[in-house]
Design a protein. Structure first.
Length: 247
């Protein structure tokens, strides 16, 4: 049985039988998302043809076409000319852009953001200590050493410092060996990018506090010391807040 057949079974037809009070395009988008959430279709599966989807959903082909444009823009589906529409099996930040937009629009308080990052980062370091291979930690240290060299060098480039700071947290997320947590953590750190950039701009002539905060986290992970790692994260949050709001 090929992928095309796997999404045309009775489960799919039953799920797509009725249309609630929503725009036709929104209904198609939400239906495909729901099929993904309940694992009726999986990454790499080919969706039914436009005509068949329109029939299953009781909407026009135009509505299906517009919905696929939206899903494609979100990175959820891939349209392959002459072949069909497939559920994307390539993860990326693009899928989370709507969530990023919602967070920006909601304008969360800094205290809320700090709590969110604290909760996530504590769990990331706990799992990194438990699951990271020695090679993962070595890569994390190399990243820190590059960051340290930039901080202590004569020429400090804010863009490079920002890149290594974000890379450090990306590698930390990868080291936790938990795909969903890594993805959420990466997204949250991307949201904090502007705050990190601002702290580097204000402290371009020193950076000592930021460097020391990263060093403590690294050492705790290297030593597989969970209490020390959690304390390092807490200290890092305090340093981060200080640097962001420092006059």
């Amino acid at each position: 049985m090929d992928n095309a057949e796997s999404v045309r079974g009775p489960d799919l037809s039953g799920f797509l039988a009725s249309k609630p009070n929503a725009s036709s395009v929104d209904f198609v988008v939400n239906s495909i998302k729901e099929l993904l959430l309940n694992r009726t279709v999986m990454p790499g599966d080919r969706l039914p043809a436009e005509t068949e989807l329109a029939k299953l959903l009781s909407v026009s082909r135009g509505s299906v076409r517009e919905a696929m444009k939206i899903l494609s823009a979100l990175g959820i589906v891939e349209v392959k000319r002459g072949d069909g529409t497939y559920v994307s099996n390539r993860g990326g930040n693009l899928v989370f852009d709507p969530l990023l937009f919602n967070m920006i629009v909601s304008q969360p308080k800094f205290a809320e953001l700090k709590e969110l990052r604290l909760i996530l980062e504590k769990n990331v370091v706990r799992l990194a200590i438990r699951h990271a291979a020695d090679e993962d930690i070595q890569i994390l240290r190399k990243c820190f050493e590059k960051m340290l060299a930039l901080h202590t060098g004569e020429e400090k480039k804010e863009e490079d410092l920002l890149a290594y700071d974000l890379e450090f947290h990306t590698l930390l997320g990868q080291a936790c060996k938990n795909g969903p947590l890594e993805t959420i953590y990466r997204f949250v750190m991307q949201y904090f990018k502007s705050y990190i950039a601002e702290s580097l701009r204000k402290n371009a002539n020193s950076g000592k506090e930021s460097t020391e905060a990263h060093r403590k986290i690294l050492l705790a992970v290297e030593q597989r010391d969970t209490p020390a790692a959690e304390k390092a994260v807490e200290d890092s949050m305090e340093v981060w807040e200080y640097l962001v709001f420092k006059p």
